[in-house]
Design a protein around this ligand. Sequence first.
Ligand code: SAM
Length: 237
Amino acid sequence: SDHGLISQRSPESPAAMDWPQHYPAFATQPGSEPDNQAKNPKTITQQVEIADIGCGFGGLLFALAPKLPTTLILGLEIRSSVTEFVQQKALALRSQNASSGLYNNVSCIRANTMKFLPNFFSKAQLSKIFLCFPDPHFKARKHKQRIVSTSLNSEYAFVMRPGGKVYTITDVEDLHLWMVEHFEAHPSFERVVGEEVEGDVCVETMRTETEEGKKVERNSGMKFVAVFRRLEDPSWP
Ligand code: SAM
């Protein structure tokens, strides 16, 4: 049911998404692009580029938003009440920061990302996907519920542009190894290592600003990070 601030239903396609409802500061002005307006009145001046899958209470979203103020960032979360919390927090931060315009670039939708990801994003739309502390589903018979798998990785590959990056972090070593194994085995991804990972502000933010990252820090636990690059599709002669 639609009891939230923002319609919670999944769209039939990315074009059916009401993006201005999420990013009103980026809505196209009426009359500014007549052709576009005629076809679809629900347009924004740029597309969402960063997705946080299973964003929880949005710690990463609200840390990244002011660091990347001209990039549209979206959290996807399966729990309605948590989604509404993130939407409310975005509205509150926008009004507290009205003079600077910060936080206009961040929002959240309720979604089961194991089912509907290509309904929200079109091919090659995203430059970054975050998978932070996904539920580990420890038992072997539950592994099919993990948000990294051969088929889900193909969906991530579809919505990502070549050169884009998938960021993963977990405190569960077995899940870390699982994610590395599945992304490395996928023809659309290669692992990124070394300075390119350690020097990446997104990696630092993911370690320190996610709710789970903070919890692991308090318990002096380990955090396993891996980053993967979306490769160019092979060109056929
Ligand atoms: N990423 C946050 C962090 O690092 O603090 C939250 C991590 S929490 C352990 C996992 C989150 O993923 C929960 O908020 C859960 O509701 C959400 N989740 C689980 N399955 C999901 C799915 N299929 N689609 C969207 N969100 C999902």
